[in-house]
Design a protein around this ligand. Structure first.
Ligand SMILES: [Zn+2]
Ligand SMILES: [Zn+2]
Length: 225
């Protein structure tokens, strides 16, 4: 079964609609972006109600900002890891820690902005644990894998064909990074490396980051070795 990947820009975050026998949205972008979501959806043959599931890669505001509104127009279920779900359900804002000099500059700017950021809460329907979660019953040949490190509740979606949707496990756009690579913020960078190794071992070959264009997994393989 083929899966079509439709990138959806929601502010400076890139969400994705996966279209197989069913349709799944990955991430809910920046706040107040439901209009951009509906506009982008028009480029597909889908109606909002065709989206059956929203997978949230992690709890940062730029990935959960419009989930509440998108859930309302689609009626989709929301899946999120138990370690990050407080961010969406209770508008909890975790601190971010830079792992490079530039990451530290951006982290302090983010913490200045954070109190002004309003996230409309939404309830998580499918609470993900540390085990893999199959997407087959949502019409997508692939699974959700727990990939902690950027936050401890980060998850990635890995399709059977090797396409991997990794949220902020990878970044590939200004001002975060100029070239594709691992995140400039992480709660635990060693865990990021371990999660990457796990994802590569599981067959990830093309990487679709939460910020910027897709790239080959060889880039990450080189950085790790
Ligand atoms: Zn993030
Ligand atoms: Zn992000």
């Amino acid at each position: 079964m083929d899966v079509r990947v439709h990138p959806v820009p929601l502010g400076y975050t890139r969400s994705y609609i996966l279209i197989g026998e069913g349709a799944v949205l990955i991430d809910g972008g920046n706040p107040k972006k439901v209009g951009s979501f509906l506009k982008s959806l028009k480029q597909t043959s889908l109606n909002p109600q065709d989206i059956q599931l929203i997978v949230i890669t992690h709890g940062h505001f730029d990935h959960i900002g419009s989930v509440h509104e998108i859930q309302k127009v689609t009626g989709a279920k929301i899946a999120m890891h138990y370690r990050d779900k407080d961010c969406l359900e209770n508008s909890f804002k975790p601190g971010v820690r830079g792992v490079t000099a530039w990451g530290r500059v951006l982290a302090s700017l983010t913490s200045l902005m954070s109190p002004f950021m309003h996230i409309e809460p939404a309830e998580v329907d499918i609470v993900l644990e540390d085990e893999d979660f199959s997407l087959v019953k949502f019409g997508i040949p692939g699974k959700i894998i727990h990939t902690p490190g950027h936050t401890m509740g980060c998850v990635s979606v890995l399709l059977d064909n090797g396409d991997a949707f990794v949220g902020d496990m990878a970044m590939n756009s200004f001002p975060l990074r100029l070239t594709p690579g691992p995140p400039v913020f992480a709660e635990d960078f060693d865990r990021v490396s371990k999660s990457w190794q796990g994802l590569l071992d599981a067959g990830a070959s093309r990487i679709f980051p939460g910020h910027g264009k897709s790239f080959s997994a060889d880039v990450i393989q080189k950085i790790l070795s």
